[in-house]
Ligand binder design. Structure first.
Ligand SMILES: Cc1cc2nc3c(=O)[nH]c(=O)nc-3n(C[C@H](O)[C@H](O)[C@H](O)COP(=O)(O)OP(=O)(O)OC[C@H]3O[C@@H](n4cnc5c(N)ncnc54)[C@H](O)[C@@H]3O)c2cc1C
Length: 391
């Protein structure tokens, strides 16, 4: 088998890269460990920056997104018994976020790839990227009990945080930066209409809570819990009681409840691998970096990386110019670190830290007051949240 770019992973990064390359006349094959059904049902992120929406629409994968995505012009920060709206339309005019589930983005991209004759090989195993420090890289893998080799010019490692591509780079090349947070999130998907028009980020003595949504009939909730929390200890009744305690803090506001469709614990971690390339292997998305989901950035950053990689590969294929490929990591890392700082800051601002003393809590409250009371501070939050412009 031969292609120009071998892509490992059919998450948002790998699928979008494959489609953007196709639109530039560059062939690719996507190798995915899981089945199609599984990746299309994996509930994760749901907040798209304007730039991500624009990229999906321009790529021809935005029809359903434009019809069903919910455009939001603000978020609410809830603390001290009051809600404080961060009004994007006033602070960052013309920019908004769109609420649309990651699994819907994945479905749309798979449909777009297959309609264009794209190759996605689901259910492969033992994927091994090799020879990427030579002009002849290849990826070997097992499919239907047979071993295959995909020869290519470049390999894109879009295989998420637990993938194989990052670890295939020789020891000592990459430098890792990370931070583990002393808490996790329970994520809940419930069949109930959202009790709010816009996302609510609640800072509470009992811990952080987030009220998000996926559609007019589906709500998504998050609760700060211990990092090693056992989901079995959280009955649906306990989840609703805790959400009420953390969210029903504003006079007259009530949380609607309904059947819980899915619940699970997500670890909170920040991580960056530098550089994001070695020889002819390029890392993109969660394979290279992760952020705690507080700032809703992981999926958006994955989309950003692959737009940079597409431009670099297109320049190489059209005229043999390696300049952008050589600069890929540096071009991405500038945005990666902005997003790292923003996600860390949102996390630190809104969560309860077990060992924080009363002084720390007062500092947090003072900053929350400042963010909501000062246009300068709330504009900074708003412009990072909706996503900064192109590099
Ligand atoms: C459990 C979880 C919950 C999340 N929740 C939120 C959220 O609520 N809000 C938010 O903003 N962000 C959230 N995120 C972050 C966001 O979903 C990610 O940033 C986004 O999925 C990154 O896309 P990606 O394509 O880089 O990686 P992924 O989506 O992880 O895709 C990687 C793909 O590679 C495949 N793969 C892995 N290993 C191999 C291999 N060896 N061979 C072949 N294929 C392989 C995987 O099956 C997967 O399909 C969450 C992430 C996780 C892991």
């Amino acid at each position: 088998m031969r292609t120009q770019v071998a892509i490992v992973g059919a998450g948002p990064a790998g699928l979008l890269l494959s489609h953007l390359l196709h639109l530039r006349g560059i062939s690719s094959v996507v190798l995915e460990a899981r089945g199609r059904d599984y990746v299309q049902k994996r509930v994760r992120a749901g907040v798209l920056e304007q730039g991500t929406v624009d990229t999906l629409v321009a790529a021809g994968a935005g029809e359903r997104l434009l019809g069903e995505g919910m455009v939001h012009h603000g978020i609410e920060l809830r603390f001290g018994g009051q809600g404080h709206r961060i009004a994007f339309e006033r602070l960052v005019p013309g920019r908004a976020i769109t609420v649309y589930g990651q699994q819907e983005v994945v479905k749309d991209l798979i449909a777009a790839r297959l309609a264009a004759g794209g190759q996605i090989l689901f259910g492969v195993s033992d994927v091994a990227p090799e020879g990427f420090d030579t002009p002849h890289p290849e990826v070997s893998f097992t499919r239907d009990t047979k071993r295959h080799t995909l020869h290519c010019d470049y390999i894109a490692g879009c295989d998420g945080f637990h993938g194989v591509c990052r670890d295939a780079i020789p020891a000592g090349v990459l430098k890792y930066f990370d931070r583990e947070y002393p808490f996790g999130w329970i994520g809940v998907l419930a069949a109930v209409a959202p009790s709010t028009q816009e996302l609510i980020y609640a800072s509470n003595e009992r811990g952080f809570a987030l009220h998000s949504m996926r559609s007019p009939e589906l709500s998504r909730f998050y609760l700060q819990v211990a990092a090693d929390e056992d989901i079995a200890a959280w009955s649906d009744e306990r989840i609703w009681a805790e959400l009420r305690a953390r969210l029903e803090t504003v006079p007259g506001w009530q949380l609607s409840t309904g059947p819980v469709l899915e619940k699970g614990v997500t670890a909170m971690r920040s991580f960056v691998a530098e550089p994001m390339q070695f020889g002819r292997l390029f890392l993109a998305g969660d394979a290279a970096h992760i952020v705690p989901p507080t700032g809703a950035k992981g999926l958006n950053l994955a989309a950003f990386d692959v737009t940079i990689l597409t431009e670099a590969l297109a320049a190489w294929y059209s005229g043999g110019d390696r300049t952008l490929l050589d600069r890929y990591s540096a071009a991405c890392l500038r945005r990666v670190w902005r997003v790292q700082q923003f996600s860390w800051w949102m996390t630190t601002l809104l969560h309860t830290f077990e060992h924080s003393d009363p002084y720390d809590r007062r500092l947090q409250q003072s900053y929350l007051d400042y963010v909501c009371g000062s246009d300068a501070a709330s504009t900074s939050l708003a412009e990072n949240y909706v996503g900064l412009g192109p590099p």
